[in-house]
Design a protein around this ligand. Structure first.
Ligand code: SAM
Length: 282
């Protein structure tokens, strides 16, 4: 009879977050497939666990995947762990699960920490509908296409980001999401220097103009405002110029009414207010 693949979530910082079940599985499996065997060995040593380890990562996943499937078919039980958090979430695991499904091998999950959900629940932003966007590509074109494709998405958006790319990413978010969208920047989750900063995108760009990012980051961005529609079809303002769009919101001749209309138009279109202001006063 074939063995079972256990997808074991490990801590994203605080070792106290490992579950009893995870420790039990790690102690009893025949083999642990680890993204980085040295890092996993440190974790195992901390918990006095000694089991055979093999590496399974992005660059050997084809050959190693086949090898792991062969062992599972022979009846071995195998745990898969990534460097931190939940396997298969911006980490190896997805392909192994697909291979197991194709070979009718049982897969089960030992759930635990995942940085995306930890950041989401701390963000103060809506949690009922969200989209995980992972890392933005370093390729400029792919990155722009990705941001363009989600700029009107109404779900709360979750991104992973490396510290040295944070400033560029925020600058791109300003371009695509506008300055007024809310963003929560979660840093070093579950660690000593855990920090959640809640800004607008514009404020975040300003803040990181003067602060150097350090540590691990998750960015949680407010979704685009729900579009109001005339007949359940197209967005009501899609055929309007920016000026016409602002005018549609103006209630009277007062400055306050014009200002509020510019703000609402900017929110609808995901544009900086100053851009809408410029178009309206042209
Ligand atoms: N599989 C992991 C999970 O379940 O969250 C994610 C692995 S991905 C390669 C690593 C990224 O996750 C980091 O670059 C960062 O964006 C995020 N991350 C992981 N640990 C974190 C932490 N303690 N605080 C903030 N972000 C973290």
């Amino acid at each position: 009879m074939a063995g079972t693949l256990y997808l074991c979530a490990t801590p994203i910082g605080n070792l106290g977050d490992i579950s009893e079940r995870c420790l039990e599985i790690l102690r009893t499996v025949d083999l642990i497939a680890a993204e980085d065997t040295r890092r996993t060995l440190q974790l195992l040593n901390h918990f006095n666990i000694s089991r055979p380890l093999t590496s399974y990562h992005e660059h050997n996943k084809r050959e190693k995947g086949e090898y792991i499937i062969k062992l599972l078919l022979e009846g071995k039980n195998i745990a898969q762990v990534s460097d931190a958090g939940t396997p298969a979430i911006s980490d190896p695991g997805e392909d192994l699960v697909r291979l197991c499904a194709e070979n009718n091998i049982a897969v089960t999950s030992v759930p635990g920490p995942v940085a995306a959900v930890t950041a989401l629940i701390l963000s103060g932003l809506p949690t009922s509908r969200y989209a995980f966007e992972g890392f933005l590509s370093v390729n400029k074109r792919h990155r722009n296409e990705h941001l363009e494709s989600i700029k009107n998405d109404t779900h709360t958006l979750i991104f992973y980001e490396a510290p040295h790319k944070l400033k560029n990413t925020l600058a791109d978010m300003l371009k695509y999401f506008g300055s007024e969208r809310r963003i929560a920047i979660a840093r070093e989750l579950t660690k000593l220097h855990e920090e959640i900063l809640r800004f607008t995108v514009g404020e975040a760009v300003e803040y990181y103009g003067e602060t150097n990012p350090r540590g691990e980051y998750v960015l949680v961005v407010e979704g685009a405002p729900e579009a109001e529609s005339t007949d359940g079809g197209d967005i009501w303002w899609s055929g309007l110029t920016i000026k016409e769009h602002v005018k549609a919101y103006i209630k009277d001749d007062s400055k306050e009414s014009v200002k509020a209309a510019i703000k609402k138009t900017a929110e609808d279109r995901g544009l900086p207010r100053r851009e809408v202001y410029g178009e309206y006063h042209k």
